[in-house]
Design a protein around this ligand. Structure first.
Ligand code: CMC
Length: 429
């Protein structure tokens, strides 16, 4: 089979090398295209463009496969902890017990945030969205750790920044939650594991004891694992792009959180619950809402449906749906929106419009029901997505630096006015 692609541009023919991935995915390497022909490629929304090679995550959207460093998401969700998956993503291999203990201890050592960070909350009006706060809090870590800006010592600072960010993220997320309630914050307790510590900081009241429920710990571990990485999605590409200018890790990740916030990306988990509530309030007629989502004159879309890459099923959604049933049973929660979600899914999956366009429930369709059953308000859902995605962002950002990739700088095709002479204000019509 040929290892090159031939293209002819305005009479000029050139041969471009192919890049073949581990799983036989094929890309045309166009690095020399512009220098040899003057042309660039145009692919709005990057639907066909690879921005990088990567050894972290493999995803086959047609077959519904998701693997991290070669390990299937189903196996990781079943057998691993979130912190172990974080190690795998960042270091490339599953840790042995000593490596895992060392990683875990290093994270536990950095869970406290500087007390001055609490002052930042004073500036925000009541009711400001947790995601806006999260972006600012993560970005502000670069002010509390100015050594992270030291480009000369990037390598020696790298691990410390990783530990700090992984450790402080749950503390910051829980602080945001407590502040939204006007409650005093609960400090981290380093005897607790990553997920239990987060649950304790979030749900414990200063005045009362809080018993950490192992069912919740299991479910949250699973949810965080399912969100841990997803190759070159919008937020991860943002982290890599920002990091490619050698911006510090905190600023790069804060930019990723901003990208995640949008309702077409991670913000969809909040929108799903709001949509299900709306359908419930409207009498639960799912057919009406499925029809609305098909109407091109109506801006309504079925949130939690469709995916840029998955065109058969989203393996994460399958695992979450099962976990959702199990956890609601174990916690004895009866959530009528789960019934509406199931009916909506059934209706949409049998509908020609959705079949033709290969639209299936994605990771966000059922995750919100689980988060709500745990006691999180909807505004916190995307924060939880960010907490889960953090190790992926870190791994991808460092891979980009290790591969010594150049600054990301797309080109464009200009479609505005050609040159025109300046018109003095007095002569303008
Ligand atoms: N409801 C109704 N129609 C839809 C939906 C939907 N949720 N999603 C896509 N379509 C239609 C769309 O109108 C278009 O139809 P046509 O070909 O007639 O113009 C066709 O399907 C293709 O859609 P697209 O918008 O061109 O596809 P995309 O790859 O650019 O967008 C998406 C992918 C996820 C942004 C989109 O499916 C969507 O908006 N879904 C709802 C939001 C959502 O659930 N986002 C979470 C994604 S998974 C979590 C994560 O971000 O990682």
């Amino acid at each position: 089979m040929s290892e090159t692609a031939k293209i002819s541009i305005q009479g000029k023919e050139i041969e471009l090398p192919l890049v073949i991935g581990t799983e036989k995915e094929v890309a045309i390497n166009i690095s020399d295209l512009r220098s040899s022909t003057g042309a660039i490629t145009l692919d709005i929304g990057y639907k066909n463009s690879g921005a990088t090679t990567s050894e972290i995550t493999y995803l086959d959207g047609e077959k519904g496969i998701l693997r991290h460093r070669g390990y299937a998401i189903e196996d990781l969700a079943e057998n691993s902890s979130f912190i172990e998956v974080a190690y795998l993503l960042i270091h490339g291999e599953l840790p042995n017990q000593t490596q895992l203990d060392e990683f875990d201890t290093n994270i536990r050592r950095h869970t406290l945030v500087n007390e001055d960070m609490k002052n930042i909350f004073e500036a925000w009006p009541t009711g400001s969205h947790p995601m806006g706060q999260l972006i600012a809090m993560i970005s502000s870590l670069s002010s509390f750790y100015p050594e992270s800006l030291d480009r000369e010592n990037y390598e020696s600072q790298k691990l410390l920044n990783i530990y700090r960010l992984l450790a402080k993220m749950p503390t910051i997320c829980a602080m945001i939650f407590k502040k939204s309630l006007g409650h005093p914050i609960i400090y981290p307790q380093n005897k607790l594991d990553y997920v239990s510590n987060f649950l304790n900081m979030t749900f414990k009241h200063v005045t009362e004891d809080y018993e950490i429920d192992p069912v919740m710990v299991d479910a949250l571990n699973k949810l965080l694992i399912l969100h841990a990485d997803h190759e070159q999605n919008c937020s991860t590409s943002t982290v890599r792009l920002v990091g490619s200018s050698h911006s510090n890790l905190y600023a790069s990740v804060a930019a990723g959180v901003a990208a995640l916030w949008g309702p077409l990306h991670g913000g969809a988990n909040q929108e799903v619950i709001e949509m299900l509530e709306l359908i419930k309030k409207d009498g639960g007629n799912v057919e009406k809402w499925v029809n609305k989502s098909k109407d091109k004159n109506d801006s309504f879309r079925l949130m939690g449906f469709g995916h840029r890459v998955y065109k058969n099923f989203d393996p994460r959604a399958k695992i979450i749906k099962k976990a959702c049933d199990e956890m609601l049973n174990k916690l004895g929660v009866n959530d009528p929106t789960l019934e509406i979600a199931k009916k909506l899914e059934e209706k949409a999956l049998g509908d020609e419009y959705f079949i033709e366009r290969k639209l299936f429930p994605n990771v966000d369709f059922y995750s919100g029901i689980l988060y709500r059953a745990m006691g999180f308000p909807v505004e916190m859902f995307t924060v939880l997505f960010a907490l889960g995605r953090l190790p992926g962002w870190i791994a991808q950002c460092h891979e980009m630096r290790e591969h010594k990739q150049p600054i990301g700088r797309p080109r464009q095709i200009y479609t505005g006015y050609p040159y025109r002479p300046f018109v003095k204000r007095s002569d303008r019509p």
